[in-house]
Write a protein that binds this ligand. Structure first.
Ligand code: ZN
Length: 258
């Protein structure tokens, strides 16, 4: 059986240690999904030139943020890596060449802040794929398509970013009312997904004012394109969570599968 594909909003790193409606929704997700053998995470926070996969047996937990409480820096997510599946991916995909990272990266908070709620035991191997920031949106969508075969190998593909992510417009109150443009763009994306009309999500997301404000930089949006790329037409769409935190961060989470 094919494993589902998931897109997760992750928002503030504080969600890693918070208890709110969003983290509760994540905590309920493992029961809905078949248990994966391996997890591939495409996180907004690993930006590179060229495309890399983490290739270590034991990836380190990376605390890639500043100015947060000590408790957040103490979080560890000691899941093993999966050099074997990383190598399978490197063999299967020749364009682009996927490079092995044996020691630089690990698991960043885009990965562990959400997995901590879904699989708290950290006993399923996890590896990450980086975002080649020199490449245009359709490169990321097409690479997502090439990842889809992993679903047949019991790999759960997770894109972790945010559909709306504007830190300049942020309100530090988590429950602050959402900006109207944030709601508008988040709904536009949902409507396109519901109609299985992905092309505008790849090529026209900056065509509205709401889109420009919601995606001022692309790194949190690209993980969605990987997830969309890895879907197949037979998949059904399920929304795990919908909502806007901090006025300008969409926490919408989606799984595509049976
Ligand atoms: Zn982030």
């Amino acid at each position: 059986m094919k494993l589902p594909v998931v897109f997760l909003g992750h928002g503030s790193p504080m969600n890693a240690i918070a208890k709110n409606d969003f983290t509760k929704a994540l905590a309920g997700l493992a029961k809905k999904l078949p248990k994966p053998q391996v997890i591939l995470s495409i996180s907004a926070h690993w930006m590179t030139q060229g495309t890399f996969v983490t290739h270590m047996e034991q990836p380190k937990t990376i605390h890639d943020f500043q100015g947060f409480p000590k408790a957040l820096f103490e979080v560890q997510y000691p899941a093993p890596g999966s050099p074997k599946i990383a190598d399978l991916l490197r063999q299967k995909i020749s364009n682009p060449e996927i490079l092995a990272d044996d020691g630089h990266w690990g698991l960043d908070h885009g990965t562990w802040s959400v997995l901590k709620h879904i699989y708290p035991a950290a006993n399923i191997p996890v590896f990450q794929l980086s975002l080649d920031m020199t490449q245009p949106p359709d490169f990321h969508y097409n690479l997502g398509k090439k990842l889809a075969f992993l679903r047949e190998h019991d790999v759960l593909i997770i894109g972790s970013g945010n559909i709306v992510h504007n830190l300049r417009a942020i309100n530090w109150n988590e429950n602050a009312p959402a900006h109207h443009w944030a709601v508008e763009f988040d709904q536009w994306v949902k409507t396109k997904i519901d109609k299985w009309d992905f092309a505008p999500l790849v090529s026209q997301y900056l065509s509205s004012e709401a889109g420009k404000l919601s995606v001022p930089t692309p790194e949190h949006y690209y993980p969605l394109l990987y997830a969309l790329g890895a879907t197949s037409e037979q998949d059904k769409v399920h929304y795990i969570y919908e909502g806007i935190q901090n006025a300008s961060i969409s926490m919408r989470c989606i799984w595509f599968g049976f």
